[in-house]
Design a protein around this ligand. Structure first.
Ligand SMILES: [Zn+2]
Length: 356
């Protein structure tokens, strides 16, 4: 499974990024043969590994993750996919199971990741499952509940003072000095191969019909780009006939994609702690996905997110604040006329309230 640079086209057997600095992707990701299976023939007992025809790894470091519920949310006139129903309580398990499986394929004995919380807990958990050591670089200000989820697996949390970018820099220095293999949710293409399974499940649960739009939180684009790639892979395989519009939801003050599309806006939203990313690794890939899917990105205020979180809790969706960004964006997209009232929309709820 060759990796190819998204910037210069250089190819590698394995490396965390290109010599030119560009992020790598699979040069030739697998696609299943034949038509889309009838849903009754999809073995949901295998979780997201039911779609292994799309997955470029042999090992399965699995905890049975995937096939999260897709439920009606009448108060939002949308369907919510309950991505907080995962072993570690966030959609990051989609990428953790695949990136750790890739590490097993490569015979790696220590993995490194940097995270504000959910990705670190997910990677630590799947590393524990696979018997691989993990060092997880976290901001010194990370929530205790999330640190505990990392520590209890036996992984080593490495606390770094400073900004979120300082945490990444410290982790990258360790990767560069060969302390471990970088299982990054921003850089590693194996992680995105996993988050693409979101699209396979949505399409399968809807008998291979694609929604008009999907609204997702957008920081590094771990889910946004994964969903785009998954829907594109389904279309390439002939299992579906179109892409949904990919609509991103960013936090005000941490909204480089929205700023690129619409100009800078004021305000600062520190409530959505999972997506406070000012310099996403795959910025040009996200902009390509917006362009190719007739998508968009907007920034949400802290007030809008807190209001939406409260509304979600009162309807039985016990999510963390970052998860409320996408339903808040759904409301804003309708108010701005980007979405019509009768558009068929799926919104992932990405992280559990139980860890906050
Ligand atoms: Zn390159």
């Amino acid at each position: 499974m060759t990796l190819r640079c998204t910037v210069c086209g250089e190819e590698y057997a394995d490396r965390w990024r290109c010599a030119c600095g560009g992020p790598l992707d699979y040069a030739d990701p697998p696609r299943p043969d034949g038509p889309a299976p009838d849903f009754r023939d999809v073995d949901t007992r295998r979780g997201l590994w039911a779609f292994d025809g799309f997955l470029p790894m042999d090992a399965h470091a699995t905890l049975g993750e995937g096939f999260t519920p897709l439920v009606d949310a009448p108060a939002w006139d949308a369907a919510f996919k309950l991505e907080y129903v995962f072993p570690t309580g966030s959609f990051k398990d989609r990428g953790a199971t695949t990136v750790v499986s890739r590490a097993v394929d490569l015979g790696v004995d220590r993995i490194l990741e940097d995270s504000s919380g959910n990705a670190g807990a997910a990677v630590a958990t799947y590393a524990a499952r696979a018997g691989i050591d993990a060092d997880i670089y976290v901001p010194a200000s990370a929530k205790q509940s999330k640190l505990q989820a990392i520590e209890r697996t036996g992984a080593t949390p490495v606390r770094v003072e400073g900004s979120r970018a300082d945490v990444t820099d410290a982790c990258v220095r360790a990767v560069e000095s060969d302390e471990g293999w970088y299982a990054s949710h921003a850089w590693n293409p194996a992680f995105f191969a996993g988050t693409a399974t979101f699209a396979y499940e949505v399409a399968a649960q809807r008998d291979w019909s694609v929604p008009d739009a999907v609204v997702t939180p957008l920081g590094h684009g771990t889910l946004f780009l994964g969903a785009y790639r998954g829907f594109r892979a389904l279309r390439d395989a002939g299992w579906t006939d179109r892409l949904p519009r990919l609509l991103g939801a960013q936090a005000a003050g941490y909204a480089p994609i929205a700023a690129e599309l619409h100009g800078e806006e004021g305000g600062r939203n520190d409530v959505a702690d999972g997506i406070r990313i000012r310099d996403p690794v795959r910025m040009s890939g996200v902009l390509d996905a917006v362009e190719a899917s007739d998508g968009d990105a907007i920034a949400l205020s802290a007030d809008a997110v807190e209001r939406e979180r409260d509304a979600l809790h009162r309807r039985g969706f016990y999510v963390e604040p970052t998860s409320a960004v996408a339903p808040a964006a759904l409301r804003a997209y309708r108010e701005r006329g980007v979405l019509d009232a009768d558009d068929d929309v799926v919104v992932p709820l990405t992280g559990s309230g139980l860890k906050t």
